[in-house]
Design a protein around this ligand. Sequence first.
Ligand code: SF4
Ligand code: SF4
Length: 409
Amino acid sequence: MKNTDKQEQYLKKAGEIVSQCDRCGACLPVCPLFGAKDIEFSSARGKNNVARGILQGVIQPTPAAMAVLNFCLLCRTCVDNCPSKVQTDEAMIALRQYFAEKNGTPGAKYKALGNLMKNRTLVKFSAGALKVLRKTGLNSLVPHGMAPGEFTRKEYLASFAGPAALSGSVPSSPVQLAKKAKAAYFRGCGMHMMFPDAEKESIAILRSVTDLQLVDNVCCGLPHLAHGLRGDFLAMAKKNIALFEKADVIVSDCASCSGTLKHIGAYFADDPEWKDRAAAFSQKVMDFSEYLTHIGYTPRHRVAAKLTFHEPCHLGRGQGVKKQPRELLKAAGDYIEMKDANVCCGGAGSFHMDYPEVAAAILDKKRINIENSGAQIVVTECPTCLVQLNKAAANSGGKFKVMHISQVI
Ligand code: SF4
Ligand code: SF4
């Protein structure tokens, strides 16, 4: 396909979506960006109007227009609250791809990020380097909180000492899977690089309930898809489809990975060669807490800790997985629902690096809600949320800790 045809294709897709917007404004008050920066362009309506202007030729596709379309968390809060269910996030992704095709690149920063995440060796090397930084205490030199100090399950249990603190290993779950069911773990880049302790716990839990397959998978491709690197996304998706063909269930403890992998089938719907394989792959994907509640997993311990849950956008709105993590947490400790638990924390992939001040303003609301809940631990299921919440914990002066759900249940 010629590059101009590709540009047309992405413009057309965005046009089909934004033409459904009747400009009612219901999305304005719910957009976390509109709350942090009260200008029309922050909201879905503003972005959709700019998109319409580009499509009609009354707004030129300049870097300024591109900046408006980039200023989006892709959190889907607008979609959830829109009477016409306008998929603004999908339109923004299509338009970012349009700009990347038009300019011949998504920009040096996203290209570099995409190349890192595409290369499994580089991801492994980064994971090792971040581990060394954390061990030596030099992690504070890494900007954007990308290598936070870890709070491990061992420390968690020691903090709430009781019978649970005595159990070092993971006991087998009483739940039995069907004999033929083969579950495989999808190793997310973010979890692997930034939260290896949590990754270890996820694997230990999964091993206690199934004969787990460990596959040397590549990135789920979300960073590429979100920033105009669709070709890379499709190439990695094909690799992952082939790698997991023998698994019956593919489990990911990263909401962004599981959310993306569940949608891979849709991206190959017009590809006769990959259509069926991609659809079969997506149908096998389960989020970590979704899988565990599905098979009737019982948490390894119950401690007298006050827990609250921050619901990642890609988990709740992206996959409809809302009650499962809460059920698990209720069985593992004293669960408290915080205000606006499902509102974005401002992380959103690289958004918190691109717009640190806006992300900090969004995060501060989250910090206040966590503090007001009285929880000692805020639990979540996404590495970017973990990065953000660790910053909130530091800003709270140690009023609460942050953990991945696998470290708590
Ligand atoms: S709520 Fe939906 S229809 Fe209304 S302005 Fe926002 S995107 Fe458009
Ligand atoms: S996806 Fe989120 S950040 Fe983007 S316009 Fe919708 S509500 Fe706002």
